[in-house]
Design a protein around this ligand. Structure first.
Ligand SMILES: Nc1ncnc2c1ncn2[C@@H]1O[C@H](COP(=O)(O)OP(=O)(O)OP(=O)(O)O)[C@@H](O)[C@H]1O
Ligand SMILES: [Mg+2]
Length: 250
């Protein structure tokens, strides 16, 4: 396959890189423009965006990423989800997957074309999160760089499932932080629209967590330490207030 790395991608990755420093930080992304296919390779020796090794560059972590990604696709395919790419092929030997080229991600579309979601796209996101509830995981990274638009079907497609986690209270706090941080960029109401999809958790805890996140907005959404602090503080707050164990023993 005549791979072109993401730095030479169809949608002008030079622009992508200037706009978004996190392109392919953890997985090597190769775009085959001729065949409209994308190959994503998990391995500690891969060269990722900016010519750097993967950010989480242990062999164990990369294997976990690959397995998590594969499991998530199998689960969503078993639901016949319309919100993931079809024709995704996994190759355990090379820890790689190939999938269709999905066009510019929604971050790039917003920057380059001023793309804005319609109400129906927001409803599609709610359905997407209902599916995550059915298959019992949290996706964590459903921000615009991991979302695409199938123009023919006028439908959002989610990709990049390597961070999926089980649905427990510990991970819920992180998921809620992520949707407040990333999906409010699509629409300020988006996090509240998604609240219904977390109804497998106690309603009082959920409500308090939402209010806490709204009252404790991030000063700098790009600061990872600030994000981690916010999630930790939310966990401590909920644990104290409800007397349930949320923090993990270290
Ligand atoms: N199938 C695809 N079609 C079009 N573009 C893609 C596709 N897969 C990846 N890309 C482009 O490459 C970028 C990086 O890919 P991906 O999200 O899979 O890895 P990552 O950025 O390392 O993950 P993380 O979200 O952990 O930073 C995407 O944001 C998108 O711009
Ligand atoms: Mg990504």
């Amino acid at each position: 396959m005549s791979d072109v790395s993401v730095t030479g991608a169809l949608h002008s990755a030079v622009v992508v890189q200037a706009l978004k420093s996190t392109v392919g930080e953890n997985v090597a992304v190769f775009i085959d423009g001729k065949n409209q296919r994308v190959r994503r390779v998990y391995g500690e020796n891969q060269i990722c965006a900016g010519g750097l090794p993967p950010r989480d560059n242990s062999a164990t972590r990369q294997r976990e990423f690959y397995q998590t990604e594969k499991r998530a696709y199998l689960q969503l395919q078993s639901l016949n989800s319309p919100y993931v790419a079809r024709n995704v092929v996994f190759d355990d030997n090379s820890q790689a997957m190939t999938m269709p080229y999905l066009g510019p991600d929604l971050f790039v579309r917003a920057q380059q074309e001023g793309w804005q979601p319609h109400a129906r796209h927001l409803r599609q996101l709610v359905e997407m999160y209902h599916e995550y509830r059915l298959v019992k995981f949290f996706k964590f990274n459903s921000g615009r760089p991991n979302l695409y638009l199938d123009e023919k079907q006028d439908r959002l497609i989610a990709a990049d499932f390597k961070w999926c986690t089980p649905r427990d209270l510990y991970c819920l706090t992180h998921e809620l932080h992520m949707i407040h941080r990333d999906l409010s960029a699509l629409d300020p109401q988006m996090p509240r629209m998604l609240q219904v999809t977390f109804s497998d958790f106690p309603a009082d805890i959920l409500q308090v967590a939402y209010t806490w996140l709204e009252e404790n907005p991030l000063q700098n959404r790009h600061s990872e330490p600030e994000g981690l602090r916010r999630v930790y503080n939310l966990r401590v707050y909920l644990q104290d207030r409800f007397g349930v164990k949320i923090l993990r023993d270290t």
